[in-house]
Design a protein. Structure first.
Length: 73
């Protein structure tokens, strides 16, 4: 097992390309990759909830309905 700490760059197409020389014999290996941005250029993107918003058309007395539900408890 070998442990590496590298600095890389994400390309404009969103890919990270690695070329690492090792002393391991040829064959399958298991990789564990942790990517942590070194610099936070932009603030994190906030989720857009606009597709979840809507309007409820209520017919009747909403307060009376709330009280009736509370009285069921």
């Amino acid at each position: 097992m070998e442990t590496f700490t590298l600095t890389g760059a994400i390309e404009t197409d969103g890919h990270l390309r690695l070329d690492v020389s090792t002393q391991l014999p040829p064959g399958q290996v298991e990789l564990v990759l942790v990517i942590h941005p070194k610099f936070q250029d932009k603030k994190p993107k906030c989720y857009d909830f606009s597709n979840l918003t809507g309007k409820l058309n209520w017919r009747g007395d909403a307060v009376a309905e709330q009280r009736a539900i509370r009285n069921e408890w």
